[in-house]
Write a protein of this length. Structure first.
Length: 171
């Protein structure tokens, strides 16, 4: 059914919540009459064809025209911590480009996936910016925390002596 039909039903239901009883029934009379609403079951006309010269996007679905999803294999670790970042387009017009900003002062990287090594302790907020063929942009941010080996072991409830032989945690 058309959205307009459901809207009219909703308005009619809301208007029906206000009751006016006759003065002889013991209830106070309503200070104002309830408006009458006529409901039609006609469906709305289909949207007009797209007019690029006067396009207001009324005929297009709501939501982003380009959106990406991204992930990282590590969000918490100790230095040196190598993180693999991946991104993919969820919609939009190919080809897609991805620019990675690591937030640690190192140069940006590009590509659908990339590895980056964090060598300094700290909390970082790297992000990836995707761009499609139409120039639409989408961005995903991460929170990466690099802590001491001892702090990582305490958080993960692991004996730090067992980890000293490996430079980074492994799955």
């Amino acid at each position: 059914m058309a959205i307009g039909y459901w809207f009219a039903i909703g308005v009619a239901v809301l208007a029906g919540c206000h009751r006016s009883e006759s003065p002889g029934s013991g209830a106070r009379p309503s200070p104002s009459p309830v408006p009458t609403i006529e409901v039609s079951s006609r469906q709305a006309a289909p949207p007009a064809a797209d007019d690029a010269a006067n396009d207001n996007d009324d005929d297009k679905p709501m939501g982003p025209e380009f959106e990406i999803d991204a992930d990282a294999n590590w969000y918490l670790g100790f230095p040196p911590m190598t993180v693999t970042f991946t991104a993919k387009a969820l919609n939009g017009a190919p080809p897609f480009t991805y620019t990675w900003h690591f937030a640690d002062g190192s140069p940006d990287g590009t590509g659908e996936w990339i590895e980056h090594t964090y060598v300094e302790l700290g909390a970082y907020q790297p992000f990836v910016e995707g761009k499609d063929a139409n120039g639409e942009l989408s961005q995903v941010s991460f929170f990466v925390r690099v802590v001491t080996l001892e702090d990582w072991a305490r958080i993960k409830e692991v004996d730090p002596a067992l980890l000293r032989a490996t430079p980074s945690p492994t799955p």
